[in-house]
Each structure stands twice: as structure tokens, then as C-alpha cells.
Design a protein around this ligand. Structure first.
Ligand code: A3P
Length: 321
């Protein structure tokens, strides 16, 4: 059990020592043993790797580009976050959820109900077809997952993940990180953030990338060629999209449109006081930001750390090749 400026009480799980909240103990077995279904679609990622973007992409492809339903029902409800409750199972988190449920605003009450959909028990009971988001690494998920259902894994250059994570920890009122990027970076490379170690997380999926039920994507490749990514997802899910659908969906998923899209941009979390008003969830949407934001020492540390992490693996991040 350990505490840092970032986390309350965390434990390490599995042989790779994944950092998850202490309360993950209460659901670890439930998740590992949860029944999975052949038509499930899971999006598995390390946080801040483009999860939300790919969730919307996957959902839209699987649902024949149902723009009306996507606008009507928030992504958090269409695509629940499996272990969401453990992130709020601490004093600050419970206060926030409590405030939320007492809200007088009907929209907020509805959203708080949607958020409470995000627990293992609830996810277990959703009618098919289920779309499930998780940051839990593959080795802690049900062992039959890949042989049973479809899994989309998204990876991103860990230096950009660190910057995005830093802003996320300033954004959320449960963490409200007040240090600077360099301080955060030290937590990050010493595996003192939720779901760390990041490179291990990615390597597990990379090793399974050729499995017929796994689609392994890089955030950077989606940024370079989104229509290609959409077609890859469509092939993977056995869907035929017309060129017009691909083009409309690409437009729907551009950073600018995503940022404005209330169904996916988590702006409602500001009204719930879960997110601070000074930052945004859909923040910058670029790759390589670390080149300007890291000082020389951080760049050198990153190079060594990535080299070390990738030793013995054929995994290469697009930016580091
Ligand atoms: P930045 O903070 O670098 O901008 P996650 O969903 O895993 O938390 O990932 C969040 C990251 O994905 C953020 O990165 C966010 O801006 C980026 N993102 C979200 N929507 C995007 C889009 N439509 N295009 C590009 N990046 C997007």
C-alpha cells in the first residue's frame, strides 16, 4: 500500500505490478471472473492514449454510423467504464458523487445515473451488444476475453501520454495535482500513477496483436490518417461502410468537432464539479508535444526509460522509430 501526491491508497496487482487503487481488491476477482460474450466489443487502453476518441469511432462503426443516437445518448452511457467506481472509492470521490446525486438539475441527475452504470455489476447485466471501456491491463482481465470477443487496444507515445496525464490530474478534482510537469513526470516514470507501468501495459497487447480478435492501433496513426483507421475498425468488426459514411464519420471525429460534441467531451463533468473549469478533457489532440515541453534532462530520461522498457520486444512507438 502506498501514497503519493497523486494517489490516496494504491496497491500493485499481478506479476507486472500494475498500480490500481486499494479498493480494486474488491473487484479484481469479479473482473477476472466476469462472463464475457461473443458479441462484446472492448476498448482497452492505458489512460490518456486516445481511449475516448476510439470508443466513439468503434461505437459508430458498430452501430452503422447512427449519428442521431450518438448525439442523444452520452458516450459514457453507450460505452461504460468498467472500473470507474474504484477511482471514486475514496473520501474525495465519495463526496463528489454524493454532491452529484443531490443535484437539482435533471440533466445532472440523469448523468449521475449514467455514471453509476459504470460498475462491474451493472456492466455484467447490460443487454447485448455490450461496449466496454477499461484501463485494466489484459493480464488482469478475463483470460477468455480474446478468444471470445473483440478487443481494440490503443497505444500512444508515452511521453505524450505523460503530458496528457499531467493535464488530466490537474483537471480532475479528485487528484487536483498542483505540481509542475517535471514533478508529474517523476511520478510517471517511477510508476506512481493509476494503471502504470505504461510500457508493460502496451507490451502485453502488442504481443497479442496478431490474434484475430485483437485490433492494435496507435494514436499517432489515427492522427495521420483517420479514414484508414475507420476502415481498419470496420474490417475488424465485419462492417461495410460506404465512402460517404467514412467521410462523414471522419468529420464527426475531427478534434474540432469532438471538442464541441457534448456527447463525448465530458464537459458535463465541470457542472458536476468533478472536473475543474480551467482545463478541458479534449485538450490538444496532437502528437510530439513533448519535444517542446520536456527539458533536456527529461528527454534523456525518457530515451533511456523507453529503451529499457522496450528491451527484448519488437514494439516501437511511431515517434521513436
Ligand atoms: P491531449 O491531452 O494530448 O490533447 P483518453 O481518452 O485516453 O483520456 O485520451 C485523451 C487524449 O485524447 C487527449 O490528448 C485528447 O485531447 C485526445 N483526443 C480526444 N479526442 C480527440 C480527437 N478527436 N482527435 C485527436 N485527439 C483527441
Amino acid at each position: 500500500l502506498f501514497h503519493t501526491a497523486l494517489v490516496d491508497s494504491y496497491l500493485r496487482f499481478g506479476t507486472r505490478g500494475y498500480v490500481l487503487p486499494e479498493s480494486y481488491q474488491n473487484i479484481a476477482d469479479k473482473i477476472y471472473n466476469m462472463p464475457v460474450r461473443s458479441d462484446d466489443v472492448w476498448v482497452v487502453t492505458f489512460p490518456k492514449s486516445g481511449t475516448t476518441w476510439v470508443q466513439e469511432l468503434v461505437w459508430m462503426v458498430a452501430n452503422d454510423c447512427d449519428f442521431a443516437k450518438s448525439a442523444e445518448i452520452k458516450l459514457i452511457q453507450r460505452f461504460p467504464f468498467l472500473e470507474f467506481t474504484v477511482l471514486y472509492d475514496n473520501d474525495k470521490g465519495r463526496d463528489l458523487l454524493d454532491q452529484m446525486s443531490k443535484s437539482e438539475d435533471e440533466d445532472l441527475i440523469l448523468i449521475s445515473k449514467n455514471m453509476s452504470r459504470c460498475s462491474v455489476e451493472k456492466v455484467k447485466n447490460i443487454s447485448s451488444r455490450r461496449f466496454i471501456k477499461t484501463h485494466v491491463p489484459l493480464s488482469l482481465l478475463p483470460p477468455q476475453l480474446l478468444d471470445t470477443c473483440k478487443v481494440v487496444y490503443v497505444a500512444r507515445d508515452p511521453r505524450d501520454v505523460a503530458i496528457s496525464y499531467f493535464h488530466h490530474c490537474k483537471l480532475t478534482n479528485t487528484t487536483r495535482f498542483t505540481g509542475d510537469l517535471k514533478e508529474f513526470w517523476n511520478y510517471f516514470i517511477n510508476n506512481l500513477v493509476f494503471a502504470a507501468p505504461v510500457i508493460e501495459h502496451v507490451k502485453e497487447a502488442w504481443e497479442l496483436r496478431h490474434h484475430k480478435n485483437m485490433l492494435f492501433l496507435f494514436y499517432e496513426d489515427l492522427l495521420k490518417d483517420l479514414p484508414k483507421g475507420i476502415k481498419q475498425v470496420a474490417d475488424f468488426l465485419g462492417k461495410n461502410l460506404t465512402e460517404e459514411q467514412v467521410s462523414r464519420l471522419s468529420d464527426h471525429l475531427t478534434f474540432e468537432n469532438f471538442k464541441k460534441n457534448k456527447s463525448v467531451n465530458y464537459e458535463f463533468m465541470k457542472d458536476l464539479n468533478i472536473f475543474s473549469k480551467d482545463e478541458s478533457f479534449v485538450r490538444k489532440g496532437k502528437s510530439g508535444g513533448w519535444r517542446e515541453q520536456f527539458d533536456d534532462e527529461m528527454k534523456q530520461q525518457a530515451e533511456r526509460w523507453i529503451q529499457e522498457g522496450l528491451r527484448g520486444s519488437s514494439l516501437r512507438y511511431p515517434d521513436t522509430q
